[in-house]
Design a protein around this ligand. Structure first.
Ligand SMILES: Nc1nc2c(ncn2[C@@H]2O[C@H](COP(=O)(O)OP(=O)(O)OP(=O)(O)O)[C@@H](O)[C@H]2O)c(=O)[nH]1
Ligand SMILES: [Mg+2]
Length: 426
């Protein structure tokens, strides 16, 4: 094989030179255009550089008269079989031995295998990169939240969920306990919790179950035929006591077709009585205002035939102990009252526990959270339930009466605390 590089002013000239010097059988290996100083220092000119090769045996042979039309840069295509050069009278040469394609096939198979392996590698690399991204996010979260070593004992998937709980305003210590509990449950079940290899979806499912088990819920207010049930709503100002009372009354009256009566101990502000009066009128239920213990007793005697008596109370600062004691004196008159402490989901987590402690003298047996629609973090509900240890009764989810009220369920609260990923929820 002879290889040579030629230079010319144009591609055509270059090809003519190649043809002349190497013959028709030459084939082009490469071409390139480059600039060089023009003769007599007159600026620059571009030249074409063509590198061609020819089989020594064929080199120098004159071009055949019957040469096939040029295909590659005016020369015979490199892969085209050479044109016959023998005199037509000569006997035909024996057929060329069949080309051994075996090595080529083998090479092709090897290349195919290599390409497939590359694809596999790509997939593996993508999943490694994804894991790396997750680890990076986890590390920066650990840095941001300044997790102490106890949290870092958790396997990565639970550590990630711990971060989710804390981001949802669950108190860190409660979040940690829940995660540890989930880890123990996972370990007990199949031993993989301890190894740190907990599958993230499984860990989330387990933790949601742990949270749901952890949330105590109360049954709805029980209405028994022939028995008067009394429920009172107490709590700080503006949390939604009167609105929730109207929602409950409307539900019992319109949906359950039960006889309802309203009673208010909120006599401090005319506006408060007016507000309830309006609901009473719309629902066509009686409303009684009780100022004293005697008022209260006589109102309850009067309402004996009612299935449900709902008592509204004045909202006041939890620090106002006088009003609280006065209210306590009235509610103590009702041995079978079911008292719900109404709290707003928008209240600061630490204040919620403090409020619950201050309302303890009224002996509430249930917690009722309102304004869930006004917050995006629900952890404080869980933290309060954990600290106050009373069951959750209802959830207020808006201002609309009566629709924006739900009976609390553990699953609903678990959904709020640790939402189901979109894929699972569909
Ligand atoms: N967004 C939203 N607003 C609510 C909810 N419940 C009540 N509210 C609104 O909160 C405001 C106060 O509601 P009230 O029912 O008057 O609250 P209260 O606890 O009786 O207030 P006081 O009697 O002054 O102590 C009103 O504007 C209600 O419409 C709720 O679940 N979501
Ligand atoms: Mg009110």
């Amino acid at each position: 094989m002879r290889v040579k590089t030629f230079e010319a002013g144009s591609m055509q000239d270059a090809l003519d030179i190649v043809k002349k010097e190497m013959g028709e059988e030459a084939f082009i290996l490469s071409t390139r255009t480059r600039r060089r100083p023009a003769s007599l220092g007159m600026g620059e000119e571009s030249i074409i550089e063509v590198t061609a090769a020819v089989d020594e045996a064929q080199a120098g042979l004159p071009p055949a008269a019957s040469a096939a039309p040029a295909l590659t840069y005016g020369l015979r295509a490199a892969l085209e079989p050479p044109a016959p050069r023998r005199p037509s009278r000569e006997p035909a040469p024996p057929p060329a031995p069949a080309m051994d394609l075996q090595p080529l096939r083998r090479e092709l198979l090897e290349i195919k295998g290599a390409v497939a392996a590359l694809k596999d590698n790509d997939l593996r690399n993508a999943s490694i990169l994804k894991e790396l991204d997750q680890m990076k996010a986890l590390l920066s979260r650990i840095q941001r939240q300044g997790m102490p070593p106890a949290q870092l004992q958790l396997p990565p998937s639970l550590l990630e969920l711990y971060g989710d709980l804390v981001a949802n305003d669950v108190e860190p210590i409660i979040a940690l306990r829940l995660c540890e509990y989930a880890q123990r449950a996972l370990t007990d079940q199949d031993g993989d919790g301890a190894s740190g290899a907990v599958n993230p979806e499984r860990a989330r499912l387990f933790l949601r179950r742990v949270i749901a088990d952890f949330i105590p819920v109360a049954p709805p207010i029980q209405l028994d035929p022939g028995k008067m049930r009394v429920a009172a709503l107490v709590g700080p100002t503006g949390v939604g006591k009167t609105t929730t009372l109207a929602k409950l009354a409307a539900y019992a009256q319109l949906h359950l077709k039960q006889k309802v009566a309203l009673l208010t101990l909120d006599t401090y502000r005319m506006a408060a009585v007016d507000q309830l009066q309006q609901y009473a009128q719309i629902l066509q239920v009686p409303l009684h205002v009780a100022l004293t213990v005697e008022d209260l007793r006589s109102a309850l005697r009067f309402y004996q035939d009612r299935a449900l008596v709902l008592i509204d109370t004045p909202g006041h600062s939890p620090k106002d102990t006088d009003t609280l004691n006065q209210l306590r004196g009235l509610l103590d008159e009702l041995p079978e009252v079911e008292t719900h402490l109404v709290l707003s989901a928008t209240t600061k987590p630490r204040d919620l526990t403090e409020i619950a402690t201050r309302y303890e003298p009224l002996r509430p047996t249930r917690l009722l959270f309102t304004k869930l629609d006004e917050t995006s973090t629900y952890g404080p509900i869980l933290s309060t339930l954990a600290r106050v240890k009373k069951p959750l009764s209802y959830l207020g989810t808006g201002q609309e009466v009566p629709e924006a009220l739900e009976l609390a369920t553990s699953r609903r609260v678990a959904d709020l605390i640790l939402p189901v990923p979109m894929k699972e929820a569909e």
